[in-house]
Write a protein that binds this ligand. Structure first.
Ligand code: PLP
Length: 406
């Protein structure tokens, strides 16, 4: 796309800054303007027919749905970061989950889905895929290479999410990918937590990588966006065709906003990582806390896998509180006393967040047995000392060392 994209041997921070833009083609302006549009005009019939035959990653633009300069730049950056042959951007992270599943699965097929998956991914498996004759088996996220025993003759896809975004199990991705490859099964992973900066699944044998760009990669809680990156041409073509045939589309404003976020991803993640670890260590020392679900802590059951495969930890982690006799009331007092942690879903923005969730009713392969409340913290870009003192006051306000939901 531009001369900068060829410098792929440069370090990731340099690539984030220099790839996927071409000031010389933009009258010298650093960033590419936003190209809003549906119709693309052609000077001749030959030009129109050539555009229709061309690759949407490199050829002339045809129509706004297929590609525009902003989506193409973002896709080029994402494919390059992950080491894939191409990316497809779509309007949300959830669409980035559903599109490759619908691309790879047909009636009569079987899907293996991690039991730690994002809630709406579970809904897709339980409510939508059965209507299309696709059966799902949820598996233990920590199954590793033993997943081989669950692969049936009609298993077409193994879907991973590492870590699970509420319960923080890390999967043995290389072992699962190797077992799948040996049986001709496609692997898909939701890599929204790590981003390609901290984990590159294609290098570990995975076929398709899903990103909720809504989170760290855009980084400001102001857009929804998703992407699918494919390891090889056949997977890329199937995903691209399925996205287009369903009318999926990523708005050029959102693509441009996300690319702006990516430019600073390395420095933002470094701050999220350092602050989250500081807060996680502090929480581990608190009497109210039963366990902290942060992979960089030696107490995390998957610490060794994280150390082996990942080059960092982002700002999202969990903790389980000790069960409390006053249950929900006390939890409510704690959460509502926090000043710097917003209570809300999603993560990856500059601001700190907390949510309490109860996964006990949804797990099927691996019951969640902790009795205390499960909290998820997104540690933002605030000073971690302010966040810790906020948590300390909220614990004091709630007035007990036993604070879970019981
Ligand atoms: C792990 C994970 N994947 C996918 C999504 C979906 O992303 P979006 O909110 O952009 O649809 C989320 C959203 O919270 C998520 O946590």
């Amino acid at each position: 796309m531009d001369e900068c994209n060829t410098r792929s041997n440069k370090s990731i921070g340099t690539r984030l800054v220099h790839n996927a833009r071409n000031p010389r083609a933009q009258h010298g302006f650093v960033n590419t303007p936003i190209h809003r549009g549906s119709t693309v005009l052609f000077p001749t019939l030959d030009a129109l027919e050539a555009a229709v035959r061309a690759d949407t990653r490199t050829g002339s633009y045809i129509y706004g749905l297929m590609a525009n300069p902003n989506s193409r730049e973002l896709e080029a950056m994402l494919a390059q970061l992950d080491g894939g042959v191409g990316a497809v951007v779509v309007e949300s992270g959830l669409a980035a989950v559903s599109v490759p599943l619908l691309a790879m699965l047909c009636a009569g097929d079987h899907l293996l889905m991690t039991d730690s998956c994002y809630g709406p991914t579970r809904t897709l498996c339980n409510a939508i895929l059965p209507r299309m004759g696709i059966e799902t088996t949820f598996y233990d996220p920590r199954i590793g290479g033993a997943i081989d025993k669950l692969i049936r003759p009609n298993t077409r896809v193994i879907f991973m999410e590492s870590p699970g975004s509420l319960t923080f199990e890390f999967q043995d991705v290389p072992a699962i990918a190797a077992a799948a490859r040996a049986r001709g099964v496609t692997t898909i992973i939701d890599n929204s937590w790590a981003t390609p900066l901290y984990f590159r699944p294609i290098e570990h044998g995975v076929d398709i990588v899903v990103h909720a760009l809504t989170k760290y990669q855009s980084g400001n809680s102001d857009i929804l966006l998703g992407a699918i990156v494919a390891r090889d041409e056949s997977h890329w073509k199937r995903v691209k065709q399925t996205a287009e045939a369903h009318g999926h589309y990523a708005h050029p404003d959102d693509c441009s906003t996300c690319l702006r976020g990516l430019r600073s991803l390395e420095v933002r993640l470094a701050r999220h990582q350092a602050s989250a670890l500081e807060v996680a260590r502090w929480l581990e020392s608190r009497p109210e806390v039963a366990r902290v679900l942060h992979p960089a802590l030696a107490s995390h059951p998957d610490h060794a896998i994280w150390k082996r495969d990942f080059s960092g930890a982002t700002g999202l982690f969990g903790c389980v509180l000790k069960p409390s006799p006053r249950g929900r009331e006390q939890l409510k007092e704690f959460l509502e006393s926090l000043r710097f942690f917003g209570m809300g879903w999603s993560w990856g923005g500059f601001e700190s967040l907390v949510v309490a969730s109860d996964v006990r009713g949804s797990r099927v392969a691996t019951p969640w047995t902790d009795e205390g409340a499960l909290l998820r913290f997104q540690i933002g870009l605030e000073d971690p000392r302010d966040l810790i003192s906020d948590l300390e006051s909220a614990f004091a306000q709630a007035g007990s060392v036993h604070l879970g939901q019981g």
